[in-house]
Design a protein. Structure first.
Length: 193
């Protein structure tokens, strides 16, 4: 059950209301779920949602590559709400259902597009180690360019913030629970007992 409710508009400060309005009138057209928590600090809400809009809509990466990276991050943190929202967007962007299923199952997808494979490999490495090997760094630069690789790393960092926020405050649960992320073996779920 969600730990923090969405603030009632009549109870919002001017800064909270302005952050919500900026999100609603921006490229998303709505208030993103983690803002439910971030609104407790309206400046955090404003800046975080601005950064998210930039990283999701205004990078050199295609929507398909962006959504692929977001799904890898959502799976890494087992962020049900993030997964549910971005699975739909990934399908709309043309990501193959088999690719999405493999990510959900912690399996490496069988990519036909080189850039998708590179984004997947880099995303997995960055999320698991916080580092990028010389080989994958070189492959990332060759495939995405310096700007694209920087943007990919920023997307991963931002969606870690989103996933952790959603998980800690149980935002979107239970309605967004993704059955494909439920695993009998929780050793890869992102949280160790």
């Amino acid at each position: 059950m969600q730990r923090l409710p969405m603030l009632d508009p009549s109870e919002m400060s001017a800064e909270q209301a302005a952050a919500c309005e900026a999100a609603r009138t921006g490229p998303r057209g709505k208030i993103p779920a983690p803002m439910i928590a971030w609104l407790r600090n309206p400046e955090l809400a404003r800046r975080a949602q601005d950064l998210g809009a930039l990283l999701r809509f205004d990078t050199s990466l295609t929507p398909r590559l962006t959504e692929l990276a977001i799904l890898v991050c959502a799976r890494h943190w087992t962020s049900h709400h993030e997964w549910t929202a971005h699975k739909k967007l990934a399908l709309q962007a043309g990501l193959e259902p088999a690719t999405i299923d493999a990510i959900a199952d912690h399996r490496a997808p069988a990519f036909t597009e080189v850039n998708e494979k590179i984004v997947y490999v880099i995303s997995r490495e960055v999320l698991s180690s916080g580092q990028l090997s010389p080989t994958h760094y070189t492959e990332g630069i060759q495939a995405l360019g310096e700007r694209g690789l920087v943007e990919l790393v920023a997307i991963l960092g931002y969606y870690c913030l989103v996933s952790i926020t959603l998980n800690c405050f149980e935002i979107g649960l239970p309605e967004s629970r993704a059955s494909e992320l439920e695993r009998p073996d929780s050793s890869e779920a992102g949280v160790q007992p």
